[in-house]
Write a protein that binds this ligand. Structure first.
Ligand SMILES: Nc1ncnc2c1ncn2[C@@H]1O[C@H](COP(=O)(O)OP(=O)(O)OP(=O)(O)O)[C@@H](O)[C@H]1O
Ligand SMILES: [Mg+2]
Length: 614
């Protein structure tokens, strides 16, 4: 009978994995034929000089960079052919912070948990949060705001937010960089401890060659190639140097591919050393690795998947193994993620005092500005008398008076409507231009962790809809009360004000979802608003051939035109007498604005579904 090796099988294996990009028409391998095998319960450092491809390798393992060649085997599953990791079985702590400054540590971990793990009840949720805070040493500062945390505390928080789903593979990118030596050691120790229980693999990218003794293995990368992967105490011996600090200068002495060729000759013997060390750790009880499928408590999961797979025979491991029961925790549903995001968005909004004050100032000041210009819009327009005078002079005089009144009132009414439309367009762009682009990296990270793009977008739509309704109706009713009554159907007018704000908010949300940076999104949105007034034709008519092309896209025209159509006949005629631009029936205006909103939301959905990592 075959003896069972303490290591049932490799949990993750890379076979000649490459990540290739095109540069000047040529293929460049940023990750070059990387092969490695990592067993359960392993703490591995990925080191190498800046730009050698550490982050790229980590992203390739995580599935964020699709491998160009080679295979990635996880838990007996070929990820290059089958489906990717379950979002909850992998944790990825990126180089940037993934927490929102205005929230507290506790709130950040709670939101991360609610977004990633389906909890049966609040006590189960609380237990999970408390456990993670405890594991990462954050319990004492749970109510502290993220913005006041130290660098080390922020890194712990980043880890905590990943640990909420109990990932079996934890990938960390430079979580110790920029920390003082003590904090660095504490974090490395924490990562070490996280790999000791439950068979979790922790791979940590670092520049630093300090504290290597805490790792089970060190992978040295040079120009995308593996130059070494073995026990840390063998590093200096392999590179024939006296001190680890001399490893990088030594690496520079030859190219990555040559290091790879040398490494392939030694790979097996160093691997054997790693395995022996590991066996000793297991025997001494310092490393706890579940050999059999992990027993999963009923509380923790909904379903288990058991299957028997064949893995290559190696190191005396059985040829056919029963993989670990997939411990991937179930994700929360759409509604759970949506409500978590929405309540987090409101919390962040109300905690950002500048944002609240700015919104209030815009809300209050813009309608006041409009009322200052509205006195002429309420003036009477002289009517033609019913009796025709025989006196031509009297007739001309009357006509001139009527026309003068029409010009004065028509220009004022049209101007007031357009003024409201333009200011609401500005509010719309201010509402949403940065909404997605400003938090894109955090969102990408959350999407990687299982957040549904549809839940994310829905939370943005509901949040923004509240702003749009408040701004538009406040504007409409304030001007109605203090700037003189709308001389026509006020409700129609209010609906068009609501629609222009909704339309610009939706369009700028789409821009925010499609642009790479918040600056690009803001700039484009401001230009878009800036062009609304001249291209609407409300001030000066455009040449017909330009007008035909631009009009369909200018939301301000449709809101202005729809609103003018709501005016009573006499005022409507007055407006018509001062403009050269043709007006369009209300139904068509409504339809076009509806199309603008729908197309913008579809574009925003496409934008949030598209991966956009830096
Ligand atoms: N998508 C990409 N397109 C083009 N070049 C890329 C891409 N991703 C990474 N690179 C380049 O590949 C190289 C490796 O980048 P990577 O970020 O992996 O390095 P690193 O080892 O993590 O560096 P550091 O230690 O400074 O974080 C760099 O020269 C980088 O500019
Ligand atoms: Mg990096």
């Amino acid at each position: 009978m075959e003896t069972r090796h303490p290591i049932p099988f490799q949990l993750i294996e890379l076979q000649d994995v490459c990540f290739t990009i095109q540069k000047d028409g040529e293929d460049v391998n940023l990750v070059n034929q990387v092969s490695l095998k990592v067993p359960k319960g392993h703490f591995m450092a990925i080191v190498g000089p800046s730009g050698c491809g550490k982050t790229t390798l980590l992203k390739t393992i995580a599935g964020l960079n699709p491998e160009s060649a080679g295979s990635l085997i996880w838990d007996g599953r070929n990820l290059s052919e089958d489906e990717d990791f379950e979002p909850t079985e992998i944790g990825y702590v990126p180089q940037f912070s993934i927490a929102y400054d205005p929230l507290t540590v506790d709130e950040s971990v709670e939101a991360a948990t609610r977004l990633r793990v389906k909890s049966r009840n609040s006590s189960e949720l609380d237990r999970r949060i408390d456990r993670v805070l405890d594991e990462t040493g954050l319990t004492g500062i749970a109510d502290r705001k993220v913005k006041v945390l130290s660098g080390g505390q922020k890194r712990r928080l980043g880890l905590a937010m990943e640990l909420v789903s109990d990932p079996r593979l934890l990938l960390c990118d430079e979580v110790t960089s920029g920390l003082d030596p003590r904090s660095e050691r504490e974090i490395v120790r924490l990562l070490h401890d996280l790999s000791r229980k439950g068979g979790r693999i922790v791979m940590s990218v670092t520049h630093s060659l300090a504290h290597l003794e805490l790792y089970d293995s060190v992978l040295v990368l040079h120009e995308g190639c593996v130059a070494f992967h073995g026990p840390p105490d063998q590093l200096t011996h392999y590179f024939s140097v006296n001190d680890t600090e001399e490893v990088y200068p030594r690496l520079a002495s030859q190219g990555g591919e040559r290091w790879l060729v040398s490494w392939r000759k030694h790979n097996d013997s160093y691997r054997e050393m790693m395995m022996k060390k590991r066996d000793k750790l297991i025997e001494s009880g310092s490393l706890q690795v579940p050999e059999e499928p992990v027993p999963v408590s009923r509380n923790d999961r909904d379903e288990t998947h058991k299957s028997t797979k064949t893995t290559p025979k190696e190191n005396g491991e059985p040829k056919t193994t029963t993989p670990l029961v997939s411990r991937a925790l179930p994700l929360p549903g759409f509604l759970g993620q949506f409500s978590t995001l929405l309540s987090r968005r409101w919390r962040i909004f109300f905690r950002d005092r500048t944002q609240v004050l700015l919104q209030l100032a815009i809300l209050v000041i813009f309608p006041i500005i409009i009322t200052l210009f509205s006195d002429k819009a309420g003036d009477n327009i002289k009517r033609y008398s019913d009796f025709k005078s025989d006196n031509m002079l009297i007739e001309y005089k009357e006509q001139a008076e009527v026309m003068a009144d029409q010009a004065k009132v028509g220009a004022a009414v049209s101007g007031i409507i357009m003024f409201q439309v333009v200011l609401l367009s500005l509010m719309g762009s201010n509402n949403s231009a940065r909404e997605i682009a400003g938090e894109r990296q955090v969102y990408e990270k959350e999407k990687f962790g299982g957040l549904r793009p549809s839940a994310y977008l829905a939370s943005k739509i509901v949040f923004l809809a509240c702003l749009v309704v408040t701004q538009s109706l406040y504007m409409a009713f304030f001007v109605e009360s203090f700037g003189g009554e709308f001389r026509g159907n006020f409700m129609d007018h209010a609906i068009f004000l609501l629609l222009i704000n909704a339309s610009m908010t939706a369009i700028c949300l789409a821009i925010s979802a499609l642009m790479r940076t918040a600056e690009q999104a803001s700039l484009l949105s401001i230009y878009l608003v800036g062009f609304q007034l001249p291209l609407s034709g409300s001030v000066l008519a455009l040449p017909a051939h330009i007008d035909a092309f631009t009009r369909p896209f200018i939301s301000a025209y449709w809101a202005w035109s729809g609103s003018v159509e709501a005016l009573q006949n006499q005022v409507y005629d007055a407006v018509k007498s001062v403009i050269d631009t043709s007006l369009t029936a209300q139904q068509i205006c409504l339809t076009v604005l509806g199309i603008h909103i729908a197309v913008a939301l579809i574009a925003a959905l496409a934008g949030v579904c598209r991966p956009q990592w830096d």
